[in-house]
Design a protein around this ligand. Structure first.
Ligand SMILES: NC(=O)c1ccc[n+]([C@@H]2O[C@H](COP(=O)([O-])OP(=O)(O)OC[C@H]3O[C@@H](n4cnc5c(N)ncnc54)[C@H](O)[C@@H]3O)[C@@H](O)[C@H]2O)c1
Ligand SMILES: O=C(O)C(=O)C[C@]1(C(=O)O)C=C[C@@H](O)C=C1
Length: 311
């Protein structure tokens, strides 16, 4: 099922990856790119990512069948409000925000009844931002979580599901609240830990900046990659998923205290037991990744030629 006219608002890592994938896998006849930054629009044109590229959101969404909001979580509501009067009746609106309940609350009040909102979150990304950092296979074999309201129009949900399956993602549906709780522990708190450990290391007087770089070949290097993620995006995530993050941080702090106690009292058995459990989890994830990588998702991968850019 391909979309006649797909509008993407925000052509950064995620928006530009959707544009690239939609083109490569033939998922949209016309792709419209909208970004408030003229420099981004210039890059979109140079890279040939869309048929039409504009900074004018009202003009960009006009006539679109599917509009995907790919801006930082804190800006999604404002963008929804700006585009709402210009949407055609029946146009489906979606997003890619890393937090769902706050986004639903920010977007839904602005949309007309015929413009169904189907929130989505592709659980795939990198520490890079901007239109040059995207790539068409970013979502391949990765989860995409949809959080539509229970009464959502099934055809609208299907349109969004089909797009993500076409991009290679494995689609799962859940409530926005459940999504936010799960992602708090699997994505948000880990990022906070990475930001914190890199900040702490950099602040230590005896560990100079150059030593942080010099000795970062091991585990610490993995933390520095995550801690290089976009500051605006992550500020918005922590401000909008506050309750779930604080709840998970509470659990995390309790477990960290237990670990400190085990170290203090020389409880090797407790340490060994935990490290054995966590190793099994990692090995399970790797094994599952291999399975999904081998699975055939049966998507049409007909590469379409790059379209001429207008506008
Ligand atoms: N980066 C990731 O790993 C990742 C993964 C999954 C989901 N997400 C979510 O995707 C969204 C976008 O993230 P990204 O990494 O692509 O960000 P990005 O910084 O690479 O791109 C965001 C783009 O949005 C544009 N923008 C910002 N405010 C705007 C506005 N009001 N109107 C129009 N354009 C505007 C910016 O100019 C920029 O080009 C976020 O909501 C984020 O939570 C990110
Ligand atoms: O791989 C990374 O760099 C990411 O951080 C990607 C990651 C994640 O935590 O898994 C980050 C935030 C998004 O909402 C989804 C994916």
């Amino acid at each position: 099922m391909s979309v006649e006219r797909l509008a993407i608002v925000g052509l950064g890592l995620i928006g530009s990856s959707i544009a690239r994938g939609a083109r490569t896998y033939g998922l949209a006849n016309t792709i419209v790119a909208i970004d408030r930054d003229p420099g981004v629009i210039e890059r979109v044109r140079a890279l040939g990512l869309a048929n039409l590229a504009t900074t004018d959101a009202a003009e960009g969404v006009r006539g679109a069948d599917l509009v995907i909001l790919c801006v930082p979580v804190g800006a999604i509501g404002t963008v929804a409000e700006a585009i709402a009067p210009h949407l055609k009746p029946g146009a489906v609106v979606s997003d890619v925000g890393s937090v769902k309940a706050a986004v639903v609350a920010a977007v839904s009040p602005h949309l007309a009844e015929t413009n169904v909102f189907v929130p989505a979150h592709p659980v795939a990304g990198t520490e890079y931002s901007g239109p040059d950092s995207g790539f068409s296979t970013l979502f391949s074999n990765r989860w995409c979580i949809l959080t539509p309201p229970e009464a959502a129009d099934e055809a609208a949900v299907e349109r969004v599901r089909a797009l993500w399956q076409g991009l290679g993602a494995i689609v799962e549906t859940m409530s926005p609240e459940h999504h936010d709780l799960v992602l708090a522990i699997t994505s948000h708190v880990p990022h906070l830990i990475a930001y914190n450990i890199v900040g702490t290391a950099a602040d230590l007087e005896e560990v100079t900046q150059s030593e942080v770089i010099k000795f970062s070949a091991g585990g610490f290097r993995d933390f520095t990659r995550i801690a290089a993620s976009d500051p605006t995006m992550w500020r918005d995530i922590f401000l909008t998923n506050r309750e779930a993050v604080l709840e998970m941080l509470g659990r995390f702090n309790e477990d960290l205290s237990a670990l400190s106690r085990a170290i203090r009292w020389g409880d090797g058995e407790a340490l060994h037991e935990l490290f054995t459990r966590t190793r099994a989890i990692r090995r399970g994830i790797v094994a599952m990744g291999q399975e999904t990588a081998e699975a055939d998702f049966g998507r049409a991968r007909n590469a379409a030629p790059s379209a001429p850019v207008q506008g």
